[in-house]
Structures are given as C-alpha cells and as structure tokens.
Design a protein around this ligand. Structure first.
Ligand code: ATP
Ligand code: MG
Length: 150
C-alpha cells in the first residue's frame, strides 16, 4: 500500500540519530515532485535501518551520514552514504553472502547477516542494491525500485 516516504524516512532518521555516535549527524533529504511510494513498508524500513546501522558502526565520530530519497516518474531511489572505513575491493564481491565480514573491521562487532537480509528484502520488493566503496573514504549503498514494479 502507498505511503509517504518523506514522513517514513524522517521517522527512521530520528530513531537512528538516537543510536548514532558522538556528533555523528544523519542528514535526510528528499528530492522529487511526489512523496508517495508503493512498497512493502516493514521490509523497506528493515533494509534502511540495517544500512544506516552499518553507516553508524563503520564510521567515526564527527562524521556525516547522508540519507537521500528521490522519486522520479519512473524510479524510487534510496541512498545511504557514509565517510567511514570503506570496504576493501577484494571483499566487495562477497558482501551479500551470509556471515561474511570484510577484513578491515578490526574490533567492530557484527555477525555478517545485515546485508544478506537487505539484499533479500530488496529482491522481494523487485528492487536492486548497488554500492560504491573506497577504503578510508567511505561507502554508499543505493536501492533502486522501478515505479512499474512498486
Ligand atoms: P550484522 O549482522 O550485525 O549487520 P555486520 O555489520 O558485520 O553484522 P553486514 O551488515 O552484513 O554485517 O555487513 C557485512 C560486512 O560488510 C561488515 O562486516 C563490514 O565488513 C562491511 N560493511 C557493511 N557496511 C559497511 C559500511 N557502511 N562501511 C564499511 N564496511 C561496511
Ligand atoms: Mg550490519
């Protein structure tokens, strides 16, 4: 059923800001004419929360996390970008495998399940996940949904 992605995203941002690190600022912005989407709200919420949790966990204090949504006549695009530790290139192809963790996580705890779940939920919604990452620079994850598939 249809819902307002701006209101939905603002609520998530507010909740996630509570668990962010010292001075980590989550910045939410929406672009596009409409704000109405037709996606599975619980699945989408879980996917976004997983991605923002990772952005918080894998970046330092005093950093920005950008959370953007965009609606065009043909697409819904959702992007979460951080300025964190990044993902080594040789680890990137394994990222969606269950229990996989990259080699630069040090003593940061995790089970390696979050992204596997994100990927499966996005597939259930007929969407696509893409990411771009550079070690010591940051990472962005983008979710794409065709309007016709909503
Ligand atoms: P959890 O199951 O609690 O989410 P996790 O965070 O280790 O544990 P995933 O969310 O599946 O597992 O992420 C898999 C791995 O991908 C992480 O262990 C980390 O190495 C890497 N990773 C994921 N997101 C980021 C990010 N934003 N920046 C840097 N590395 C990341
Ligand atoms: Mg995780």
């Amino acid at each position: 059923t249809a819902f307002d992605i701006v209101k939905f995203s603002e609520e998530i941002t507010e909740d996630m800001q509570l668990i962010a690190k010292q001075n980590q600022q989550i910045i939410y912005q929406h672009t596009g004419t409409s704000a109405t989407v037709n996606l599975d709200q619980p699945l989408l919420r879980n996917a976004i929360i997983n991605l923002i949790s990772n952005a918080i966990k894998y970046s330092g204090e005093n950093t920005f996390i950008e959370f953007n949504t965009e609606i065009t006549p043909s697409m819904v695009t959702i992007c979460i970008q951080d300025n964190g530790i990044g993902i080594p290139i040789e680890d990137q192809k394994h990222l969606f495998e269950a229990f996989f963790r990259a080699h630069n996580t040090g003593n940061i705890a995790g089970t390696g399940l979050g992204l596997n779940i994100v990927n499966r939920y996005v597939q259930l919604m007929d969407g696509e996940v893409k990411f771009i990452s550079n070690v010591n620079q940051g990472t962005s994850f983008t979710l794409y949904f065709k309007k016709s598939h909503e």
